[in-house]
Write a protein of this length. Structure first.
Length: 330
């Protein structure tokens, strides 16, 4: 692949959505029993996560403000442990299972677990960094959209390219560079496909008598089947980007890492503020809101004073100009 003088990629014909679906389906059929086991483990983790948190909240629903705050903190820890580390582990096991099969080697579930155990923490770190960067992007409304496309493939990079942290994020953007909307279009395609599948399942609720039963069974089945298939689809999206020939080799720019850190810090501040607000009870929230208003007023007063003085000076000059202009004409 050649590059024009600007260093931009020339037009690249990435494989279409049909090719992605066909390749994902072919590998999905070969690995179906193992993928179903991993999807079941993922579902069990999600069920435990929700059940434990709901049980703790119900237990202290009528308790003191301190007890409710403690449970909210505990639920955050549980959510990080299960949604973060456990789900990262399952994701890593699926990716290694798929990648080895794609390269001609069949892994057992135990072997995929052993490989996942070595890298799942890196997946969790990438997820945390991307979460903070996305939250930081909320300061500029459209930025999370760009971040979600630029940095999404960092999850595969930490597992298959052995990059970590900021370098993995930078390499993901490097892979997407010059192909942003083509990458986005392939993401929209699988999202719409999954959405339409769930809409069809929801329509089962319109059936009399057994509609609720069919809906429940089909919803659970679709969730189990769709989850690993979605990862396979994303895996082939990543492989298609890696296969693009580039004359410009990847290296992580220090300036880019600084920018990512700034977004992450902004996201950390926003996240801590929202989390602290949710942990507080009703009275604590009112005090917190009043504190924010008071601080905002204190910060705005000096600016308001300067603004008022400038308006007065400007008004004075305008009045003088109105007086002088007629006198010159006379």
């Amino acid at each position: 692949m050649k590059h024009p003088p600007t260093g931009e990629l020339m037009l690249v014909n990435l494989p279409g959505v049909g090719s992605l679906l066909a390749r994902a389906w072919a590998l999905y059929k070969e690995l179906f029993p193992k993928l179903l086991v991993l999807a079941a483990l993922f579902g069990i983790g999600a069920f435990l996560n929700i059940s434990i948190q709901d049980s703790l909240i119900s237990f202290v629903r009528e308790g003191s403000v301190v007890a409710q705050g403690f449970v909210r903190v505990l639920n955050t820890v549980i959510n990080i442990a299960i949604s973060g580390f456990y789900f990262s582990f399952i994701f890593a096991a699926i990716v290694y299972l798929v990648d080895e099969k794609y390269r001609g080697r069949t892994l057992t579930l135990v072997e995929s677990f052993e490989m996942a155990a070595q890298r799942y923490v890196d997946v969790f770190v990438i997820g945390l960094l991307l979460f903070l960067i996305m939250n930081g992007g909320l300061a500029i409304v459209v930025m999370p959209f760009f971040f979600s496309i630029w940095f999404y493939f960092a999850f595969f990079i930490v597992l298959l390219d052995k990059e970590r942290g900021w370098n993995a994020l930078a390499k993901s953007r490097y892979l997407v560079h010059g192909m942003f909307f083509r990458v986005f279009g392939r993401y929209v395609a699988i999202t719409l496909l999954v959405f339409l599948a769930f809409v069809l399942v929801w329509l089962l609720l319109a059936l009399p008598f057994i509609g609720w039963l069919l809906f429940t069974l089909c919803f659970i089945a679709l969730a189990f089947f769709a989850f690993p298939f979605y990862i396979l689809y994303e895996y082939f999206r990543y492989q298609d980007l890696v296969a693009v020939e580039r004359n410009i080799p990847f290296h992580a720019f220090r300036g880019e890492r600084v920018g990512l850190r700034m977004w992450a810090v902004a996201g950390l501040v926003i996240t801590l503020m929202v989390w602290s607000y949710n942990v507080l009870g009703a009275q604590g929230r009112e005090r917190f809101a009043q504190l924010v208003i008071d601080r905002a007023v204190d910060a705005a007063l000096p600016l308001t004073s300067v603004w008022t003085k400038n308006i007065e000076k400007s008004s004075g000059w305008l009045e003088r100009l109105r007086v002088l202009t007629p006198s010159k004409e006379q």
